[in-house]
Write a protein that binds this ligand. Structure first.
Ligand code: GLY
Ligand code: MN
Ligand code: MN
Length: 453
């Protein structure tokens, strides 16, 4: 029987990750990770279940109410899973469970116990151990179990820095899944460009994007989609998506799929009626210029900060050239005058979480390394209330791509989503979509379908 929740990655990859964790643990210690639990949406209806990303990273196990315990003594290592026991009645109503008996083989762990026995088994398993790696307040249901098990450790360490650093550098299997997430996300944006017309509602475009994600095997978006017509684009996390798109406005779309647990994160901005006005074109060209320069700079050895400093200079100079900012360029940069039009960072780590984990260092000055995946997303937002020449009010533009750091520079995982002006006006996007389809691997749809085996 296929269990739909088993991982898209080979089981050995999860085992290898656990081995890397064991290698970093002190002798006579245990590391404890809890899974997510079901979350109530209303009355007896739950939100769709989404596994905790750290728990997934070390188990590939997609059930709620589970725990992973790694035990390291002087001379042995042991991986233990606690999980929900089989229950024919509940499984008939709510879905299949892996169960205790099948868990060691399926998850390649040494032992498995019912989560109902945590309080009695955990003390026995951790007897004589001195240290525990644990993160409190992450999963209160687990903290409660731990408190009730009444084991006191000599020392408690935070596992987060260790696991976050591991997650930051992607394996070749993870890169393959991220590439597919980027590609499917691009399909969603191409579809949005094809179907957008004046007077269609933002939610209509959202539904087309989600359909495109879903039909390629990406059941969920990796965050709530932003479909922001006109001035709505100046609200950074606008997700109401309930307004009609107006003739003459731009629409900013920030939407990404989650494919096999990995996130895509693309933003595109284009004219609702297929034609840029002159002021819209000027702002768009400025953001595109800044983004392209940033992409040149975002390579191993450089930092996000280095690229952002350049983006800030390009935008400040560009806004001066358009008469939106006035004064001396260096002084304006020093005073952060751009902040009223560019109030977020240039990019972030991307992976199992859209805002993925890993250390950034001050101002994102950490040097990029091969295997990291980041976003590059400069924007300019000029609200209706801004004190600027009238023709620029109500224009919000962001352009966002996903970059993999490689030994040859970077690879743009989302290049399939058009962003050149000539490619996103009128019907140009249809031409792009046709040629993209023709160039795709013929079995791509099958690959998507087979991702959860
Ligand atoms: N979609 C969230 C972000 O771009 O950071
Ligand atoms: Mn985004
Ligand atoms: Mn982003």
């Amino acid at each position: 029987m296929d269990l739909a929740y088993m991982a898209a990655l080979p089981q050995e990859e999860f085992t290898e990750r656990r081995q890397k964790v064991f290698a970093q643990m002190q002798p006579n210690s245990a590391l404890l990770l809890f899974s997510e639990i079901e979350k109530r949406r209303n009355n007896d209806c739950d939100f769709p279940f989404r596994q905790d990303s750290y728990f997934w990273y070390l188990t590939g196990f997609n059930e709620p109410n589970a725990a992973l315990l790694l035990i390291k003594t002087e001379d042995a290592e042991k991986a233990v899973v606690f999980l929900r026991p089989r229950d024919p009645f509940l499984e008939t109503w709510n879905g299949r469970r892996l169960g205790v008996e099948r868990a060691p083989q399926k998850l390649n762990v040494d032992e498995a116990y019912s989560i109902d026995d945590f309080k009695t088994e955990f003390p026995k398993l951790t007897e004589k151990l001195t240290a525990l790696y644990h993160v409190a307040d992450r999963h209160p249901w687990g903290d409660k179990l731990l408190a009730e098990s009444a084991v006191k450790f000599y020392a408690v360490f935070d596992w987060q820095p260790m696991l976050s650093e591991m997650r930051l550098i992607k394996s070749s299997n993870e890169i393959r899944l991220m590439q597919q997430a980027g590609q499917i996300t691009a399909f969603g944006h191409i579809k949005a460009m094809q179907v957008t017309r004046p007077n269609r509602f933002e939610y209509e475009i959202e539904s087309e994007i989600l359909y495109e994600f879903n039909r390629h095997g990406a059941k969920f978006p990796s965050y709530n989609s932003i479909i922001a017509g006109g001035d709505n684009a100046c609200i950074l996390h606008y997700t109401e998506n309930d307004q009609p798109l107006k003739d003459g406005d731009l629409v900013l779309i920030d939407a990404g799929c989650e494919f096999a647990m990995y996130a895509g994160d693309i933003t595109r901005t284009f004219p609702v009626n297929g034609k840029f006005t002159q002021p819209q074109r000027e702002i768009y060209e400025l953001v595109l210029k800044a983004q392209k320069r940033a992409i040149e700079l975002l390579v191993p050895g450089n930092s996000i900060k280095l690229a952002n400093d350049e983006v800030i200079r390009i935008k400040t100079q560009g806004l001066m050239d358009l008469g939106i900012l006035k004064g001396d360029v260096d002084k304006l940069i020093e005073e952060k005058a751009y902040r009223q039009f560019y109030m977020h960072g240039l990019g972030h780590w991307l992976g199992l979480d859209v805002h993925d984990v890993g250390r950034y260092d001050d101002d994102r000055s950490r040097k990029l390394e091969v295997g990291m995946i980041i976003t590059v997303e400069p924007g300019i937002y000029i609200s209706e209330e801004a004190d600027v020449p009238a023709q620029y009010k109500g224009i919000g533009v962001r352009i966002e791509d996903n970059l993999l750091m490689t030994e040859y520079g970077n690879k743009n995982l989302t290049a399939a989503a058009p962003k050149e002006i000539d490619d996103i006006i009128d019907n140009a996007v249809d031409v792009i979509a046709q040629s993209l389809k023709a160039s795709l691997h013929p079995h791509m749809n099958e690959d998507f379908a087979n991702c959860f085996v």
